[in-house]
Design a protein around this ligand. Structure first.
Ligand code: UTP
Length: 277
């Protein structure tokens, strides 16, 4: 079983300035819960209770969020307001949180390599918490992928179909059908132009990676935008037939963009707010 999950949370979140000037974008709340907490809850549900956060400058609030706040606890102890803290208390009780800092933002591939000391030589999940994934009718997206890993024992990327005009915002995959909703990837391209895209299957922020990815990233030169791209490293595994693309069951909101963030807020308010956890 996969026990660890990596959270690259070092990005600058420029699309949310000025909100993200002194606050990490992963702490932006969808209704009353920060984005990163949704991601951590998803990982814990998938059995990945060991949460490794790759943070950066100005991201201390994330570390504080997954720790007890004694002053606050003391202040509201015994009052009805304690209920507001029960969700995060449960997360803190069930999870183990480790952190490492990415000193320079050199790309997602580099962020993942920075997390190597926290992961070690074992398969692991990756959650980009600005992608909010919800599956109200069944297991979380990461839990679906963890079950698939038990069967296939190789790297898995979550994908969804996007319009031709949107492919240049994503890593895009192509390959052969393994079974319904599952593609054995042979080609991966980071942010291709619509003309150059091999398909409209876009990678979203959920991955299961095998630990050889670290050595591959070490040997991957900077790619698109001068950043070390995870997509380029995964392409090396894909050429050996060791990457699956999984069309997950559930919803995904791109909360790294303002429209996606607003859609997610509306959805969570309509479907979850005020419901028992
Ligand atoms: P994004 O491409 O969304 O970049 O990163 P960003 O900086 O967070 O946001 P914008 O584009 O400036 O608004 C995708 C994911 O990879 C992480 C980010 O935190 C985000 O979860 N990341 C990216 C890192 O942790 N380190 C990096 O060097 C780059």
């Amino acid at each position: 079983m996969i026990g660890k999950c990596l959270f690259p949370v070092a990005g600058s979140g420029t699309r949310f300035l000025p909100a993200t000037k002194s606050m990490p974008k992963e702490m932006l709340p969808i209704v009353n819960k920060p984005l990163v907490q949704y991601g951590v809850e998803e990982a814990i549900e998938a059995g990945m209770t060991n949460c490794a956060l790759v943070t950066g400058r100005g991201k201390r609030a994330i570390a504080d969020h997954f720790d007890i706040s004694y002053e606050l606890e003391h202040q509201i102890a015994g009052s009805s307001k304690e209920d507001y803290l029960s969700g995060i208390r449960d997360v803190i009780d069930r999870g183990v949180f480790t952190m490492v800092r990415q000193r320079a933002m050199l790309g997602l591939g580099h962020a993942i390599l920075t997390g190597e000391p926290l992961i070690g030589d074992q398969p692991f999940g990756v959650v980009l918490s600005d992608d909010l994934c919800l599956n109200p009718d069944g297991p979380s997206v990461l839990a679906q992928m963890a079950a698939l890993y038990e069967e296939y024992q190789c790297s898995i990327v979550a994908v969804q179909e996007v319009s031709k005009e949107e492919v240049d915002q994503y890593g895009v995959v192509a390959g052969t059908t393994e079974r319904d909703g599952l593609t054995r990837v042979s080609e991966m391209v980071e942010k291709p132009s619509p003309e150059a895209a091999p398909s409209n299957l876009a990678v979203i922020g959920r991955y299961i990676l095998t630990p050889d990815i670290f050595d591959i990233i070490r040997n991957t030169p900077p790619g698109k935008n001068g950043e070390v791209q995870l997509t380029d490293a995964l392409q090396t595994q894909a050429q050996e037939g060791r990457v699956l693309a999984y069309q997950f069951k559930g919803l995904r909101f791109d909360c790294g963009s303002v429209p996606g963030f607003v859609d997610a807020t509306q959805y969570v308010f309509d479907h979850y707010y005020g419901q028992p956890e």
